[in-house]
Design a protein around this ligand. Structure first.
Ligand SMILES: O=C(O)C(=O)C[C@H](O)[C@H](O)COP(=O)(O)O
Length: 217
């Protein structure tokens, strides 16, 4: 059954996004990497995982992680249209997140009870999302859309809205975002360096996850 109130939807999103200060944004190239990678992140203290639909392996990877990695909270990223959203619901993922939002996605999300997090980059896009009964948004692309200063400005007219800024954030920039009253968590991929993934160095990824999980605002 779809969410019956704005508060119910907001609470469902918060129950996920408050679980960690950072959400790793993951593109799984090889299905075999999915479980060890998710284990490394969860053991390092980052249980909320955004698996982007940018790769073929994404949907089977989400299924594999949900079955084999206790504690993982598995969601899909790069959800671009209603078909993507319905595929994600069918995998049993716990949430979905988009780099933007469309009228079609707002309509599709109104019919499901899985939390979907639209993204905004401007006040007008935020107003559209608020009109559709959403109060939690990805802020993407965070750094190039104005970063910390933009989020501070949005807090004045829109105190009810909270964000997961993502895009161009690194460990040095993260604390300033996390210190904002309208930021719940941030997204990023810095704890997944390409060379560590290529060499399947999951111990290094776990160490990077542990350092990331310790970041505070
Ligand atoms: O694919 C999506 O749905 C996105 O929204 C893009 C991601 O959020 C960024 O690619 C992650 O940001 P970086 O930390 O700059 O790598």
């Amino acid at each position: 059954m779809p969410f019956t109130s704005i508060q119910a939807r907001t609470d469902a999103v918060d129950a996920i996004l408050t679980k960690a200060p950072v959400v790793p944004v993951i593109a799984i190239q090889h299905l075999d990497d999915a479980i060890p990678l998710a284990r490394a992140l969860v053991q390092g203290g980052l249980p909320v995982l955004e698996i982007t639909l940018r790769t073929e392996a994404a949907l089977p990877a989400m299924r594999a992680i949900a079955e084999a990695v206790p504690g993982a909270i598995v969601g899909a990223g790069t959800v671009l249209n209603p078909d993507d959203l319905h595929n994600v619901v069918a995998t049993g993922a716990q949430f979905a997140i988009s780099p933007g939002a469309t009228e079609a996605l707002y309509q599709a999300a109104a019919g499901i009870d899985m939390p979907w997090i639209p993204a905004i980059a401007t006040a007008s896009e935020l107003m559209q999302g608020l009109t559709h009964g959403h109060r939690r948004f990805k802020f993407f692309p965070a750094e190039s859309a104005g970063g910390v200063a933009a989020l501070k400005s949005l807090h004045g007219p829109f105190p009810q809205a909270k964000f997961c800024p993502t895009g161009g954030i690194d460990p040095a920039k993260a604390p300033a975002y996390l210190a904002l009253p309208n930021v719940i968590t941030i997204g990023g991929s810095w704890m997944l360096p390409a060379d560590a993934l290529a060499s399947r160095d999951f111990a290094r990824i776990e160490a990077l996850a542990r350092a990331t999980a310790a970041i505070r605002g």
